[in-house]
Design a protein around this ligand. Structure first.
Ligand SMILES: *[C@@H]1O[C@H](CO)[C@@H](O)[C@H](O)[C@H]1NC(C)=O
Ligand SMILES: *[C@@H]1O[C@H](CO)[C@@H](O)[C@H](O)[C@H]1NC(C)=O
Ligand SMILES: *[C@@H]1O[C@H](CO)[C@@H](O)[C@H](O)[C@H]1NC(C)=O
Ligand SMILES: *[C@@H]1O[C@H](CO)[C@@H](O)[C@H](O)[C@H]1NC(C)=O
Ligand SMILES: *[C@@H]1O[C@H](CO)[C@@H](O)[C@H](O)[C@H]1NC(C)=O
Ligand SMILES: *[C@@H]1O[C@H](CO)[C@@H](O)[C@H](O)[C@H]1NC(C)=O
Ligand SMILES: *[C@@H]1O[C@H](CO)[C@@H](O)[C@H](O)[C@H]1NC(C)=O
Length: 621
């Protein structure tokens, strides 16, 4: 028997020994294009408000504040982003609750409340006239930063005899009562593919019935509300819906919607297509989400196959494709997955990936109690209002977009990916006009806080012969580990130290790497980290807002759409009519056949809780 003091001594010795240096170094190589000529498929020109958020309408006041008292955290976090690109992030204020809200001019509260005399249809999930709201609600919306572009959802589900008038009233109030923010479009109805299931419409009601209702409503809103205010007709975002991928006949695919009333007057009312989806949905997705799976980047590509095809169909019509409701895990996130740094890396990759498959804007959906929201706006669930780590992904994307209104992104092929990094590494190039601006290197191999000292390093060995002698400046998106909830930094900035969302520079160092005479240089990215290499100066340090370029972009189309289905921009402005309603591919991207999708699972879910009123359907990878 070993004396116990001896065991104690051995344990003490082990405990006091420094952690052995186990950090592995691995290598991956790539030859990005120095200009757009060799860059392959480019994204649309990224709108200054490309990386946005959605707010469930019953949760608006939690985010904005009310009664003239704005929510400072929300305001500052949106202004930080506005200062980078010149325009605040695009907000979509809509969701299931939007089809249950009735506007009343005489309603005198700032928040909504339950309608004491609800008579509308709807199953246990909610009735189409369940909530009342009034002018004070729009006053709250107006507490957001000036010129925040907003897609606003209007109740189309309500079927009372006064329904046509209520739609006009709500649209009128929205446009006339906001003075500070910028309502740039309406979404009439939320996820109509689920209306039969929600008890809003009877069995047999179809996409063509929807098209007829939509056409009547948009014509009425145009004639009664938009035209008298000199607003253009292309102000509406028809729904392409999450069940599109799996429903028999794919009724809400764009190629099918153009055979319904949605195509009334050849598309002159259509601003762009409004897609919703989540990467994962609790109790609907047929597997258990782990951080490891979220950060396997091939799962994002697979999950997005149908929507990449829809983006191509949108381009055929000449109208942009917007992902107006998205998130890593619906309805309200998962602690340990969506509120940790891994979700920040997922978000950064997702924004850039979505752009490369021709998505013109992405809104990550927020409810006040959601762990997918980039910040918690008020004291709730034992936590005070605070910034979440995923917010730093918006900051990174917006510094990449900058103020030039001339940034596009492309995916860069990787060579010699080590097996341990298979599907854990991504490289994107951004172009300012024709020339390479930044390289974005993302390493999603999991490294936890507790084993930080043994986290591996991935060296990107890059070749850019035509840039020999030039210097890249490095900006890092990092946290102690993939599981960290706090103290992320991006580009040396913390948005947590200030306590109110304003930026604090916590590391002003400027790390650089010079391109060798043979064009080679390398950048090391720790596991669970991302690094941006920006040419000639530190990203954000020489940023200016080019108002002329941004005005031109905004005139050509609000979200900076490119002109052809391949993503190559010819700089043409979009016509308000459809460019074409024929010649669609079947919806899947040519390179990725349906057979590679694996088993598709479609499930639906009814969320009964009034406050977590979310979309109900998801396509699984
Ligand atoms: C684009 O880059 C290639 C080298 O990668 C170079 O040969 C070509 O001249 C460049 N084109 C422009 C327009 O700068
Ligand atoms: C708005 O009203 C709802 C329903 O009464 C309530 O749950 C919520 O807390 C209110 N929001 C705010 C910010 O007061
Ligand atoms: C945004 O920029 C303006 C003008 O430079 C500055 O006054 C303001 O403090 C900035 N806001 C934030 C949130 O950084
Ligand atoms: C708001 O309306 C309610 C009932 O409609 C009324 O009791 C209340 O006095 C009104 N409040 C204000 C400030 O007008
Ligand atoms: C709409 O435009 C016409 C012609 O430019 C102008 O006369 C009219 O005042 C404008 N109306 C509004 C409400 O701006
Ligand atoms: C998922 O299902 C469990 C068990 O039925 C339930 O407790 C939970 O509230 C559900 N969560 C959501 C988000 O629907
Ligand atoms: C985050 O940083 C602050 C100091 O800025 C520190 O007080 C806090 O303990 C840190 N949190 C974690 C989880 O490391």
């Amino acid at each position: 028997m070993v004396p116990s003091f001896f065991v104690g001594a051995i344990l003490a010795l082990v405990a006091s020994r420094p952690t052995p240096a186990m950090a592995q170094t691995s290598y991956v190589s790539a030859s990005p294009a120095a200009n757009t000529t060799g860059a392959g498929t480019l994204s649309p020109i990224l709108s200054p408000s490309f990386a946005g958020m959605g707010i469930e309408p019953t949760n608006l006041i939690a985010y904005t504040g009310q009664g003239g008292q704005r929510n400072e955290l929300t305001y500052n976090l949106m202004m930080n982003l506005a200062n980078m690109t010149g325009v605040p992030p695009h907000l979509r204020i809509g969701g299931n609750a939007g089809d249950r809200m009735i506007y009343q001019e005489s309603y005198n509260g700032t928040n909504w409340s339950y309608n004491p005399s609800s008579v509308g249809v709807g199953n246990t999930g909610g009735k189409v006239d369940q909530y009342l709201f009034g002018p004070g609600y729009f006053a709250s919306m107006d507490l957001l930063p000036s010129d925040t572009p907003i897609t606003y959802g209007i109740n189309l589900a309500y079927t009372g005899s006064d329904s046509a008038q209520l739609i006009v009233n709500q649209a009128t109030a929205a446009l006339d009562q906001v003075k500070n923010v910028n309502i740039v479009g309406f979404e009439l109805g939320n996820e109509p593919d689920l209306w039969v299931q929600n008890g809003y419409r009877s069995q047999g009601w179809s996409v063509s019935n929807f098209g007829d209702e939509w056409a009547a409503a948009v014509q009425s809103v145009y004639n009664n509300v938009l035209a008298p205010r000199n607003k253009t007709s292309n102000f509406f975002e028809p729904p392409t819906t999450a069940t599109t991928a799996t429903s028999a006949g794919k009724p809400f695919r764009i190629a099918n919607l153009v055979s319904t009333g949605v195509a009334v007057d050849n598309g002159i009312y259509v601003a762009g297509w409004n897609q919703h989806d989540y990467y994962y949905y609790v109790n609907v997705s047929g597997y258990t989400l782990t951080l490891d799976r979220l950060l396997d980047l091939s799962t994002t590509v697979k999950q997005f196959t149908e929507w990449a095809g829809q983006a191509q169909q949108a381009l055929v019509t000449g109208k942009p494709y917007y992902l107006r409701e998205m998130g890593s895990a619906g309805p309200t996130g998962l602690q340990g997955i969506t509120n940790v740094f891994g979700n920040t890396l997922w978000s950064l990759n997702f924004f850039l990936y979505a752009a490369t498959v021709q998505v013109s804007s992405v809104q990550m959906h927020m409810t006040s109690e959601s762990y997918i929201a980039p910040w918690q706006p008020q004291n709730q669930a034992g936590f005070s209002a605070h910034v979440r780590t995923s917010y730093y992904a918006w900051a990174a994307v917006d510094q990449l977009i900058g103020g030039g209104c001339n940034t596009r992104v492309a995916s860069v092929d990787l060579n010699n990916v080590p097996s341990a990094y298979e599907n854990r590494v991504a490289l994107y190039a951004t172009y300012d006009g024709v020339n390479l601006d930044s390289l974005v290197m993302i390493n999603t191999k999991l490294a936890y806080e507790s084993s930080q000292s043994s986290a591996g390093n991935l060296v990107f060995s890059l070749s850019l012969r035509s840039l020999a002698g030039r210097t890249f400046h490095l900006s890092t998106l990092t946290a102690a580990g993939v599981d960290s909830t706090q103290n992320t930094t991006w580009n040396g900035i913390s948005y947590e130290v200030s306590g109110n969302g304003l930026p604090t520079v916590v590391d002003s160092s400027d790390n650089t790497v010079k391109v060798g005479q043979d064009g080679s240089f390398s950048v090391t990215v720790r596991d669970s980290q991302a690094v941006v290499a920006h040419i000639d100066n530190k990203l954000g340090s020489a940023n200016t807002i080019d108002r002329d370029a941004c005005d031109a972009l905004a005139k050509s189309i609000a979200e900076g759409q490119s002109a052809s289905p391949t993503g190559t921009s010819s700089g043409t402005t979009s016509a308000p009519t459809f460019r074409s309603t024929q010649g669609f591919q079947n919806g899947a991207r040519p390179a990725v056949g349906m057979s590679t999708l694996g088993p598709l699972l479609l499930a639906t879910l009814t969320v009964a809780a009034a406050a977590s009123i979310m979309p109900l359907v998801i396509l699984l990878p």
